[in-house]
Design a protein around this ligand. Sequence first.
Ligand code: VAH
Length: 312
Amino acid sequence: NIVVLGSNGQIGTELVTMLRKIYGDDHVVACDIRRPDYDIKNSAPFEFVNVLDKEMINGIFKKYKPTQVYLLAALLSATGEQNPKLAWDLNMNGLLNVLDLALEYKTAKVYWPSSIAVFGPNSPKDNNSQYCVMDPNTVYGISKLAGERWCEYYNQKYGLDVRSIRYPGLISWKAAPGGGTTDYAIHIFHDALKKGSYQSFLNAGTELPMMYMDDAIRGTIELMDAPADKITVRSSYNFGGVSFTPEVLAAEIRKHIPDFTLSYTSETDPRQQIANSWPRSIDDSTAAKDWNWKPEFDLSKLTIDMLNNLKK
Ligand code: VAH
């Protein structure tokens, strides 16, 4: 069995769908603190789980004896800044609960997502390598950097096969984003179709690494399927995707919606500070070397796919 904790999130929703395609509905247990209404009639296994409650997670490990566990539950960068203690508690203790139980139940593989948010104001701005200065100044980034250290520790000290990817901003249409700084790159598509215009909370020149969800999900599955001896990074793999600014994204949208207009919020949004602390681009050559990782969606392709699917 495969257990996905945080199955209702932007990533979890699509990861559960993909895992069920591969392993069969009944072998993938979706777990979250609430069940999405579209899912209620679904007969595939769902469990109410709060990852802060170690006893609840223990019950899931005991009941399903999972061979793989994906821990996706977290507060993201923007929401995390509104609730720093809960963000630290959920992101950190949720991970430690799962790492401990995975050891106890001898779970074969654990997956935990990190983020480019582990980089901070003094990190390089371009083509960041796996190992460089990392001084994250959001609770989310701090918890992801600390979490990476714990994942590597449990691998090296106890032999736990835990794997991780530093996702860029993820763009998708199936599930709503969860309070991130990069969510403008999702809202812009909805508004472009609905209103023909969008007001961005990040300013025109804010270049950030992004990735289409299809690539992120495929990369996650490829990493989890890679032979253990190919994995040379036990903190978290850089993923680069495609870097662009709101201005560049708007120009791409205009190729399909010619009179689309982009404006900017007048007062500075707290998410601008967060975005300013992150790099413009990431070097993911280690993932390319270790398991031939290669993203497929460039800006043009992801724009077409988003508009086509949101138009339906
Ligand atoms: C966020 N979407 O904005 C997430 C992600 C790199 C950004 O970690 O917080």
